[in-house]
Design a protein around this ligand. Structure first.
Ligand code: M7G
Length: 183
């Protein structure tokens, strides 16, 4: 028998079609709930670094849509990892896989229930990876998740990552959103 995961996860793919709304461009691809099915899917799809600029992958717990508006996300925010352009070659795919493994392996321990999902944005101005949590007010959980992330991704102590509340991001389209937490 296959190795069951604690949660069922859904992969989403975003491709920008100017004739559709942002929400319509989010496509639900497939759900899985075993380690083996995760690897079949992972090995079958393109690496994030091979996606066209402007595309996203999102992996969220089944039932949570990868958008601010979802009930599970609307009080939440994200730990954001901004990558420099030259990090696409070496870091992007490594970071994304490590985050996927942290999520499906419930590596955030008792804070795993606060994890909603993660998004990778492939962008010409610099790629981004966001880890979305359910409740921005749960400072202890948010901070523990941030510290664990930094540790698992081997992000140096000289590098700071920030947590931004979705409600702040929402009204700041195009400009910088303030960090509510940093680690
Ligand atoms: P992005 O794709 O997260 O980053 O947001 P980018 O600026 O690097 O491309 C781009 C735009 O997509 C936003 O300004 C919004 O118009 C739209 N958008 C992004 N997200 C995550 C959402 C969302 O959760 N809900 C809605 N309605 N629009 C979103």
């Amino acid at each position: 028998i296959k190795h069951p995961l604690q949660n069922t996860w859904t992969l989403w793919y975003y491709e920008n079609d100017r004739n559709k709304t942002w929400e319509e461009n989010q496509r639900e691809i497939i759900s899985f709930d075993t380690a083996e099915d995760f690897w079949s899917l992972y090995n079958h799809i393109k690496m994030a670094s091979d996606l066209h600029q402007g595309c996203d992958y999102s992996l969220f717990k089944k039932g949570i849509r990868p958008m601010w508006e979802d009930d599970a996300n609307k009080q939440g925010g994200r730990w954001l990892i901004n990558l420099a352009k030259n990090q696409r070659a070496n870091e992007l795919d490594k970071y994304w896989l490590e985050i996927l493994l942290c999520m499906i392996g419930e590596a955030f321990d008792e804070n795993s229930e606060d994890i909603c999902g993660a998004v990778v944005n492939v962008r010409s101005k610099g790629d981004k990876i966001g880890v979305w949590t359910a409740d921005a007010q749960k400072s202890q959980s948010v901070m523990e998740i941030g510290r664990k992330l930094k540790q698992r991704l081997n992000i140096g102590r000289n590098v700071t990552i920030g947590y931004q509340i979705h409600k702040d991001t929402m009204v700041k389209a195009g400009s910088v959103t303030k960090n509510t937490y940093t680690v």
